[in-house]
Each structure stands twice: as structure tokens, then as C-alpha cells.
Design a binder for this molecule. Structure first.
Ligand SMILES: Cc1cc2nc3c(=O)[nH]c(=O)nc-3n(C[C@H](O)[C@H](O)[C@H](O)COP(=O)(O)OP(=O)(O)OC[C@H]3O[C@@H](n4cnc5c(N)ncnc54)[C@H](O)[C@@H]3O)c2cc1C
Length: 451
């Protein structure tokens, strides 16, 4: 079994882009070559802007290559919550922008003739016990104009209490799509941005002067202003591709705590996902073993062909931050906090940011605005996250385990993936200290090791 590599990485021959090794001027720079960054650059360029993408590693090599790649507006049972927190306007905008994102995928795939296994299919939220939540979600979704219905049964080999169907959603191969869309863009790989001051961007061998700068680096690596590190935490999940399991006609997402799995087919394999936990807050049981045990229960004859994992930035109100980076940084924009639904959110971000940048649209009223502050949500999560950070800073000061180069928090050892992880902000390092995920931007210096 291929452990650690997603099925999207199989048989992909990525295009190599050069390193940036000079100083130059561009109208816009996008930092980060994941789905959010590449799509934003694609939209800006198609509107005539002179734009370059700076990617620390290889394009797609962040969370995008480890997704399960469902393109859907069904983001868990989210609409009844959004309606009560943001009202009909806010929840409606969330649904509309994500619906537009599905249409945009289809149009781009057709226009650019991209062979990326894009397929329309229904998406289901299922539960083995919480039928009332499905009914509540159905009412909320319908009030926003989403066509949906609750069903009593599905093709899954699981006895369910109900499933809420959203028709006409989609799935695709994220790396085939990303590779095709990136053709024709000016991209620099192995070019980490070290520092941004006003409209000047610094990289190890060069720099760029740009009026517009988009931070699409998954987790914004600049702490102040913006303070995104106080407004989000990261959560990991696990996935496996199974052979010899029944192919599915739809995509599925279980809403039950500890019994909620994600399913979709990809060619002749079935992808199962689950095992969420806060990065660094290790579960007692190996999440891969748990995933495979569940797979055997549902499809006794199945065999795992690959297992992988990823993490995403989680906001207190389950809505991403897309818009101006901060009041004090004119020309800076951000797209982050996708809450594990970054396929549609990346596309929505690309369109929204393009409108803000080129049509001077004011994002203040948007549900996605980073300037929003939900009194019922953010103070609580900031207090909780602040307490976790204080505890880990103290333990880092008092203890022997390595400290994160981001803010100095204590790192926890993940025995299942052999990585060091920060519970506070989600940075990850391999056993030799190599940086795997930010917000940290440098490798880990172990005790006694020289810089
Ligand atoms: C297990 C799992 C399954 C998921 N499945 C789905 C799904 O089915 N559907 C869905 O909608 N969403 C899904 N998601 C969420 C989705 O995968 C992510 O939200 C999305 O991939 C994030 O894309 P991104 O472009 O923001 O980040 P990334 O892909 O991580 O891209 C950010 C890039 O920025 C680069 N970078 C970082 N710092 C710098 C720097 N200083 N200079 C230059 N470059 C830098 C990184 O190298 C990276 O390539 C899933 C998430 C998880 C955890």
C-alpha cells in the first residue's frame, strides 16, 4: 500500500517552473500555488492583469494534492447554522458564491478542454441517528433556494436514519485540473516568500514590486497585522483509496460524531475519509487503522491501495476569510480558512478577489469579509485557542520538546505519521525537522543542533 501519497499524485508528471532569481515589477503577485492561488492568478490574468505566482515548493504540493476533491456546496450541515448566525443575506451569499464556483469549474473545464475526470453527481449528508438535523438542514437549504430532499435509504452498505441529497454537484482530479490551469501563468517554484513590506516582496534570490499582493499560502504566514493566527486553528483528516469496494454513484458525508465518514468513487477505486482531530492533539488510536477497520466493516473484501492525510484552517463561524488582508495594508488580499471545503471556496475566492481588485468592489458587507467579527463565535474560540497557546508556550519554556519556529509553542510528536506538530497553530515538521506545513516558514531546529 502506498502510505503518505495520495492517489492524485500517481502518474502525474508535474510541469517544472523556474526559481525566481531576479528583481522585477508586476501588477499583481499571488503567494502560494495551491488551488486558491492558481485560480486567483488565472482569473486576474484572464482580466488582463500582469500577474506572477510565487510558490515555496511545487504547485499543488500543499493541501491541494491531499484533498478528496469533492466540488460541492454541501459543506456538512452548515446552512441552518449560517442562517441563524448571518441571516438570509449572508447564508444566501455563501450558497450563491459556492454554487457559482461549481458552474465556474464546469465552464473552465469546457473552455480549456481539460481532461480531469470532472463529473456531475449528487451529494448526500447522511446520519445514522440525527434525522432531525437533516430535516432542519433541508428547511434551511430550501429557504435559500437550494433544491434538496431527505431520503430514507442510499446505496451505502450502512443502515442510516436518513440522507439529505443535493443534486448536480461534482467531483474531479485536482492535480490534473491544477496542472492544466497553471499552463500560461507566470509561475516561480521553490521560491518561498520570506518577507513582505508594503508593496515589496522578498524571496531568497530575488524580489518583486507589486501594487496588489494576494496571500493564498493556505495559512497566512505574516502574524501582524491581520492576526489570523488568533482567529483560526488547523484540523487534520485522513483518507484511503480502496480497491475491490463497490463503486458509488454519489458522494457522501456523514454528520455523526465518531461515525461520520466521507465517501466518493474515483475510477475503479473508492475513497473513504474521516478521523478529524485538531493538529497536534493526537488521538489514542491510529487514525489510519481506524479508517481501514471501518472500510473492512463496510466492504469486507476491500484492499487499501493508498492512504494519505491533510489539514485545513478552521474558522470559528465556519466561513472562510476572503478579502482585504487588513485595514493597515492597502493592496494586500487574503484567501484562507476554508474549513475543509477549499475546492469550491478556492474558486469562489478567485472570483471574489478578482471583483474586489479590478472592480473596486467593497467587501465590507460580504459574509466572507475578514473584517467581520461574530460576537457569538470568535471570542469563545479565541479564548480557547489563547489558552492552548499559553499552555504550550509555558510547556515549551519549561520542557524539553522542540519549539515551533513560528511563535515558540511546544510541539507534540505524532507517532502515527512520525511528525512534530503544533497544537496551537498547526505547523508540522518531519522527524528530521523539514517543514511540512505552515504557518512556520523555516525548518525545525532541534535542541543542540546548529542553525
Ligand atoms: C483530508 C481532507 C480532505 C478534503 N477534501 C475536500 C473536498 O473533498 N472538497 C473540498 O472542497 N475541500 C476539501 N478539503 C479542503 C481542501 O483540500 C483545501 O481547503 C484546499 O486544498 C486548500 O487549498 P489552498 O490553495 O488554500 O492551500 P494549499 O494547497 O496548501 O496551497 C498553499 C500553497 O502556498 C505555498 N506557500 C506557503 N507559504 C508560502 C510562502 N511563504 N511563499 C510561497 N508559497 C508559500 C505552499 O507551499 C502551498 O503550495 C479537504 C481537506 C482535507 C484536510
Amino acid at each position: 500500500m502506498n502510505k503518505g501519497k495520495s492517489i492524485w499524485q500517481e502518474q502525474m508528471k508535474p510541469i517544472e517552473y523556474p526559481r525566481l532569481s531576479r528583481t522585477m515589477k508586476r501588477e499583481a503577485v499571488v503567494i502560494g500555488g495551491g488551488l486558491a492561488g492558481i485560480l486567483t492568478a488565472y482569473f486576474l490574468q484572464s482580466r488582463g492583469m500582469d500577474v506572477a505566482v510565487l510558490e515555496a515548493d511545487r504547485i499543488g504540493s500543499g493541501q491541494t494534492e491531499n484533498t478528496t476533491a469533492k466540488i460541492t456546496i454541501q459543506h456538512g450541515a452548515v446552512y441552518h447554522k449560517l442562517l441563524s448566525w448571518f441571516g438570509k443575506d449572508g447564508a444566501g451569499e455563501y450558497a450563491r458564491r459556492n454554487q457559482q464556483a461549481i458552474e465556474d469549474y464546469e465552464q473552465i473545464v469546457q473552455k480549456e478542454k481539460i481532461d480531469c475526470d470532472f463529473k456531475r453527481l449528487p451529494s448526500f449528508l447522511y446520519t445514522i441517528k440525527q434525522r432531525e438535523i437533516l430535516r432542519q438542514e433541508e428547511r434551511a437549504a430550501r429557504s435559500l433556494g437550494i433544491s434538496c430532499k431527505v431520503k430514507g435509504d442510499t446505496e451505502l452498505p450502512i443502515e442510516i436514519a436518513g440522507a439529505l441529497e443535493f443534486s448536480d454537484q461534482a467531483q474531479f482530479h485536482p492535480l490534473k485540473f491544477l496542472t492544466a490551469v497553471s499552463r500560461g501563468l507566470e509561475i516561480y517554484e521553490r521560491t518561498p516568500v520570506l518577507k513582505v513590506e508594503g508593496n515589496r516582496i522578498f524571496t531568497p534570490r530575488g524580489g518583486v514590486l507589486a501594487q496588489t499582493i494576494v496571500f493564498a499560502s493556505h495559512y497566512p504566514f505574516i502574524n501582524r497585522p491581520g492576526y489570523y493566527f488568533m482567529r483560526m486553528h488547523q484540523e487534520r483528516s485522513y483518507a484511503a483509496a480502496l480497491e475491490n469496494a463497490q463503486p458509488l454513484e454519489g458522494m457522501y458525508y456523514g454528520i455523526d460524531q465518531d461515525a461520520g465518514w466521507s465517501f466518493r468513487s474515483e475510477q475503479d477505486r473508492l475513497i473513504i475519509g474521516g478521523g478529524n482531530h485538531r493538529t497536534g492533539d493526537m488521538p489514542e488510536e491510529d487514525p489510519y487503522e481506524k479508517l481501514l477497520a471501518a472500510s473492512k466493516e463496510f466492504w469486507p473484501g476491500c484492499r487499501p491501495a493508498a492512504c494519505w492525510s491533510a489539514q485545513d484552517c478552521m474558522t470559528a463561524d465556519q466561513v472562510p476569510f476572503i478579502g482585504r488582508f487588513s485595514r493597515r495594508t492597502p493592496g494586500w488580499y487574503v484567501a484562507t480558512g476554508f474549513n475543509k471545503w477549499g475546492m469550491t471556496h478556492s474558486m469562489a475566492a478567485a472570483r471574489l478577489l478578482t471583483e474586489e481588485i479590478l472592480d473596486q468592489q467593497d467587501e465590507k458587507e460580504s459574509i466572507f469579509s475578514p473584517r467581520r467579527f461574530k460576537w457569538s463565535k470568535e471570542p469563545f474560540s479565541m479564548l480557547r485557542d489563547g489558552a492552548i497557546t499559553s499552555k504550550n508556550l509555558f510547556m515549551a519554556w519549561a520542557g524539553a520538546s522542540p519549539k515551533c519556529p513560528h511563535l515558540g509553542c511546544r510541539l507534540d510528536w505524532n507517532p502515527f505519521e512520525k511528525t512534530w506538530e503544533c497544537q496551537c497553530h498547526g505547523s508540522r515538521f518531519d522527524k528530521d525537522g523539514k517543514l511540512l506545513a505552515g504557518p512556520a516558514q523555516t525548518r525545525l531546529i532541534q535542541k543542540g543542533e546548529k542553525r
